[in-house]
Design a binder for this molecule. Structure first.
Ligand SMILES: *[C@@H]1O[C@H](CO)[C@@H](O)[C@H](O)[C@H]1NC(C)=O
Ligand SMILES: *[C@@H]1O[C@H](CO)[C@@H](O)[C@H](O)[C@H]1NC(C)=O
Ligand SMILES: *[C@@H]1O[C@H](CO)[C@@H](O)[C@H](O)[C@H]1NC(C)=O
Ligand SMILES: *[C@@H]1O[C@H](CO)[C@@H](O)[C@H](O)[C@H]1NC(C)=O
Ligand SMILES: *[C@@H]1O[C@H](CO)[C@@H](O)[C@H](O)[C@H]1NC(C)=O
Length: 598
């Protein structure tokens, strides 16, 4: 019996055989194989992995304290954003950690010049073969296959580190991260042919209960003019020369096409068309900039056309971050399938002056991103907020669920081996340091049924939304959805904006696109306009928005009280008076917000 145990559990036996010492390995992270994934075969030993090692940030708590002070409109330090150097000092790892990790890597033959470092030195990246990673992490990688999508990943379900290193390393990936990264998808809800011309049919303008008047066509076709009408920004003229900026992130080889932007401008922003206004392209980690019109991306085009169209002539940048598709067995491509926000964060945090409002319309189910990784990426978003950057993120398109149509994985089933039914929040929307933007539809506005909303299972509710969210929870009938969500979690979304029938040009053709993918760049466009108003008064950029939105600026929103976000076989949450888990605080009233922040 003992003998067979030895042959079954060689690693365990080695651990017992060694004298207890610092070099003894101890499990760092262990997961059950998530639903839908099974072992396909052994991992090729020479397969290259791009390993990311996170060293603990020495003083993140102090950074968070600063962030909350400078983002609180009633605090004397409001707007006193930190510099790149301030931030790097706060998140730099302790010298002991740097030394211990370097020593360990050297002992495996890895030299300093083989390692990439983030600006603060809190992330190391190295490209090394599976055989070496297995030795360093006392683990075994396999090729895993996903039943529904047929995707492959090279992963393990646990990894170990010498005991003495546990306090010096926060996490290492790719190890246990099973996110189906092909599905780290844009949240485009639908694409359909739009009429080449907008049908107004001589209808009378629509006037809502508050007296806001919009063109009749805006009920079913959203243009830049419609958004300015609905959100009370008609006639506001931003400046190109006050140092303002706006950015859009692109992933998964989504191309923002400049010719399409010109066509869109000719259609909806004549002043931008007249000067051939365009954006600056920045490649991150090898992201491409194909201008081949047949490769124009629906997501990238939607994002740049609306964010930049709303904020013209404010300086605009599109970031394309590379991220390879999942592993292809038998092809020696390096493994580069970590969730790509961290590559973008490394890049943008090293930039001396990043854009001041940045929108991201990509997301994933929170449960497919390991908690340790989600927390580190979220800490990166906090750093950017402390630099004075406002980050908006789509809240997701599955209502309270994940909208998973795949029978192999099913909707709303937990990945923890227990197969519980549960609401599925999105990440990075669930990070408390971004502004999560949900969706509305039609005019007068109501919640759109796909608007991602709910509560994080990873992040506790931040105090800035305590009062608003408690108010919502207290109105829920007792026992509502008990066990399906974490009532103490960070609540999503923060705000919302129109999310359907956006008139976008793709490969020269007008299309109608929906999704909270449309809401986030829309909101970012208005944030850029608010920053414009502040700069004209000599005030700093808004930076991390949420503490402001839930306090001083709360009265600058149109409260949405009609609609709900069904999912997971439930009717979801209701849009209600005040904050709700469908539309957050509501949609922006630009003129009111401008008066509140300037
Ligand atoms: C807007 O469109 C919806 C859906 O087609 C329709 O039910 C509603 O009556 C329209 N509203 C107005 C004011 O025309
Ligand atoms: C804009 O581009 C068009 C076509 O390339 C060109 O004819 C026009 O002169 C340009 N306008 C300006 C203001 O640069
Ligand atoms: C543009 O992309 C399409 C689709 O991949 C391809 O067939 C075509 O050859 C490309 N055109 C150019 C000019 O590269
Ligand atoms: C969870 O579902 C998977 C896949 O359907 C199945 O293999 C596993 O046995 C289930 N686990 C439990 C605890 O029901
Ligand atoms: C939503 O509103 C309906 C109609 O008023 C009500 O029956 C239902 O209980 C509400 N659902 C939740 C989750 O509050």
């Amino acid at each position: 019996m003992w003998v067979s145990l030895v042959s079954l559990l060689p690693l365990l036996v080695v651990a017992f055989a060694l004298p207890s010492s610092d070099s003894e390995h101890k499990v760092k992270e262990l997961v059950v194989p998530p639903r839908g994934w099974s072992i396909h075969g052994p991992a090729p030993l020479d397969h290259l992995i791009k390993l990311r090692i996170a060293l603990p940030q020495s003083n993140f708590q102090a950074l968070e304290d600063h962030l909350y002070e400078i983002s609180d409109p009633y605090h004397e330090r409001y707007g006193a954003h930190l510099s790149k150097e301030d931030i790097e000092e706060l998140v730099a790892p302790r010298p002991e950690s740097v030394d211990a990790v370097a020593q360990w890597l050297h002992s495996h033959g890895i030299q300093d010049e083989d390692m990439g470092r983030s600006p603060a030195g809190d992330w190391l990246t190295l490209r090394i073969p599976v055989a070496l990673v297995e030795k360093m992490l006392d683990t075994k990688y396999h090729v895993w296959k996903h039943a529904g999508s047929g995707d492959y990943l090279v992963r393990t379900t646990s990894y170990s580190l010498p005991k003495s290193l546990h306090e010096h390393i926060e996490l290492i990936q790719p190890t246990t991260m099973f996110g189906a990264f092909k599905k780290l998808k844009s949240t485009i809800h639908s694409i359909s042919e739009a009429d080449a011309t907008i049908q107004t049919q001589n209808l009378r303008p629509i006037v809502d209960a508050a007296g806001v008047t919009v063109d009749a066509s805006c009920n079913t076709t959203i243009t830049i003019t419609c958004l300015k009408e609905i959100y009370n920004a008609v006639g506001y003229t931003p400046s190109a020369t006050v140092g303002n900026s706006v950015g859009i992130t692109g992933y998964l080889e989504e191309n923002a096409n400049r010719a399409d932007l010109q066509t869109f401008y000719a259609d909806q922003v004549p002043a931008a068309a007249a000067v051939n206004s365009t954006f600056k392209f920045i490649s991150v980690a090898g992201g491409l900039d194909s201008q081949n019109s047949s490769l124009a991306g629906g997501e990238a085009n939607l994002d740049v056309q609306f964010a930049f169209g709303l904020s013209f002539p404010i300086a605009s940048t599109f970031y394309s971050t590379a991220g390879r598709p999942p592993f292809i067995p038998d092809i020696g491509t390096p493994e580069d399938t970590n969730e790509p926000y961290t590559d973008w964060l490394d890049f943008i945090l090293s930039h001396p002056s990043p854009p001041l409002a940045i929108s991201t319309s990509y997301g994933d189910d929170e449960q497919t991103v390991p908690e340790s990784f989600a927390k580190r990426a979220c800490a990166g978003f906090a750093q950017l907020g402390a630099r004075g950057v406002s980050l908006t993120v789509s809240s997701g398109d599955g209502g309270v669920g994940d909208g998973d149509p795949d029978p192999a994985t099913q909707e709303c089933i937990t990945n923890d081996g227990l197969n519980r039914t549960r609401f599925i929040p999105g990440f990075p929307a669930s990070c408390p340091f971004v502004t999560a933007v949900g969706g509305t539809i039609h005019f007068p506005e109501q919640a759109v049924d796909f608007s991602g909303g709910g509560f994080s299972d990873y992040f506790a509710r931040p105090s800035y939304q305590d009062a608003a969210v408690k108010g919502f929870l207290s109105k829920l009938p007792k026992g509502t959805y008990s066990g399906l969500f974490n009532p103490n979690g960070r609540a999503i979304p923060d705000v919302s904006a129109q999310s359907d029938f956006f008139r976008v040009f793709i490969a020269g053709t007008p299309r109608s696109i929906g999704g909270t993918s449309a809401s986030s760049p829309t909101f970012a466009g208005f944030v850029a306009l608010l920053n414009d108003g502040r700069f004209k008064k000599g005030l700093p950029s808004l930076g991390f928005l949420n503490p402001l939105l839930y306090s001083k600026a709360a009265s600058g929103f149109n409260d949405i009280t009609v609609g709900s976000n069904p999912g997971c076989g439930t009717p979801g949450f209701n849009a209600t008076k005040g904050w709700d888990a469908v539309t957050g605080l509501g949609t922006p009233n630009f003129a009111k917000l401008l008066a509140l922040v300037t």
